[in-house]
Design a protein around this ligand. Structure first.
Ligand code: S3P
Ligand code: PEP
Length: 443
């Protein structure tokens, strides 16, 4: 929600070996989609392992505002009685998506082809982020959009009464753009095609198929081509949300850089469209074992066993960026402790996340004695045997920047502070107790 709270400064200090089991929360992307598809289905969708971070709670509230019955039954256990495709009713108030790009973009898509009007808003960070990338394709269906200058929130959408199918090529690799269109298509007769140059996370496609939609994906000379048949009868489904690889990245990173550490992170999604960080870490020589690979909730998962050890710098190719887009901040922290230089290419999208993540990481690393170079779409980090630390990083309402610098402080020479840890609750509300349980000195 867009409430202003006082900043919450935090500090992390050099810690002894981290040990134990890190039960990271449910996947954020899948949690949003479970609530939205549950709301668009007929019957009761039972969700287990839902991430109860503020981003997802805001989506739950939004689904109730559009007419679904959303109930919390217990920790991570939720029930959604959906209204069916095209069944959203007009919400009474503004839909406040807080800090969540995924929430606002997917929900705008989900309502844009139903003849109702809704106004969307968010916090200071979300209000700076580009929305035309989603509202432009939604206008092609016939939705009418009124946005602040430059296509920012708040935005009012008058949903299309007689939407027509489209064929759309996404201008940047973005699962949020793709998913907004796929959700809009649900209430459009006929077949809509979305084409992406590089594959992005495919949770929407997997889940739409699971809820009974006719959807297919082909790789052709045009790229990654997704075809969805509109007006399906979505059937409510049980959804078991796997654990979030993007949240797992923080305890994993901490174990890799704090000498003597060994931790286990069970049940983490290994969906190949999310796996780029782990591919990169193995190239850096990280000691990570993937035990008991299995399928849970329609996603491949494994138990990660992570041990501290020497790491070497690598060059991350631009084609891998989409599969690890949220992990570059924490990778740049790991890179500071590696031998040699790490170059991250094709990362311009980081500039339009909760903060300009290239700038936020570069300034924060410099404040802690690490040498970096940046271009518009790359970040280079020079690893060092001893990272001095002792600086304060500015987090700009960005949960991933906050958690990344707290991880840095666990292995740096002097304590590392952040100006505000409040936003951590958007994606990883139990971050502090979980890390402390492993032996990390932070708070
Ligand atoms: O679809 C999703 O759930 C997400 C897609 C990514 O954003 P983009 O689509 O803007 O790359 C990612 O950064 C975000 O955390 C979650
Ligand atoms: C970019 C992120 O989320 P969102 O776009 O949903 O705000 C993130 O969680 O790193």
């Amino acid at each position: 929600m867009s409430h202003s709270t006082d900043p919450r400064p935090m500090t992390a200090r050099r810690s002894g070996p981290l040990r134990g089991v890190a039960q990271v929360p449910g996947d954020k992307s899948i949690s949003h989609r479970a609530l939205i598809l549950g709301a668009l289905s007929v019957g009761e969708t039972r969700i287990t392992g839902l991430l109860e971070g503020q981003d997802v709670l805001d989506t739950a509230k939004a689904m109730a505002a559009f007419g679904a019955q959303v109930d919390r039954l217990g920790t991570g256990e939720w029930s959604v009685h959906g209204v069916g495709v095209g069944g959203f009713s007009e919400p009474e108030g503004v839909i406040d998506c807080g800090n969540s790009g995924t929430g606002v973009r997917l929900i705008m898509g989900a309502m844009a082809t139903t003849p109702i009007t809704a106004t969307f808003a968010g916090d200071a960070s979300l209000s700076r982020r580009p929305m035309a990338r989603v509202t432009d394709p939604l206008a092609l269906f016939g939705a009418r959009i009124a946005a602040r200058d430059g296509g920012r929130l708040p935005i009012t959408i008058e949903g299309a009464a007689d939407p027509l199918p489209v064929r759309y090529r996404t201008p940047v690799a973005s699962a949020q753009i793709k998913s907004a269109i796929l959700l809009a298509v649900l209430n459009v007769p006929g077949e809509t095609v979305v084409i992406e140059a590089e594959p992005t996370r495919d949770h929407s496609e997997r889940m739409l198929a699971g809820f009974g939609a006719e959807i297919r994906t082909e790789t052709t000379a045009e790229g990654h081509v997704i075809t969805l048949q509109g007006r399906p009868d979505l059937r409510a489904q049980p959804v078991a949300v796997p654990r979030d690889p993007s949240s797992a990245a923080f305890p994993v990173a901490a174990a890799l850089i704090v000498p003597g550490s060994e931790i286990r992170v069970p049940g983490v999604s290994r969906n190949p469209t999310r796996d780029g960080l782990y591919v990169t870490l193995l190239e850096m020589g990280a000691d990570i074992a993937f035990e008991d690979p299995r399928e849970e909730g329609g996603e491949p998962v494994a138990d990660l066993v992570v041990r501290h050890g020497p790491l070497k710098g690598v060059t991350v190719p631009a084609e891998r960026a989409a599969s690890m887009i949220d992990e570059f901040p924490v990778l740049s922290v790991i890179a500071a402790f590696a031998e040699g230089t790490t170059v991250m290419n094709g990362v311009a999208e980081l500039r339009v996340k909760e903060s300009d993540r290239i700038d936020a990481m570069a300034r924060g690393l410099e404040a802690n004695g690490v040498t970096v170079e940046e271009t518009r779409d790359s970040l280079t980090v020079h690893g060092m045997a001893r990272v001095p630390g002792g600086g304060t990083a500015i987090t700009h309402l960005d949960h991933r920047i906050a958690m990344s610098f707290l991880v840095l402080g666990l292995a740096a020479g002097a304590p590392v502070s952040i100006d505000d840890g409040g936003p951590i609750a958007t994606s990883f509300p139990d971050f502090l107790p979980l890390m402390r349980g492993l032996g990390a000195d932070l708070g």
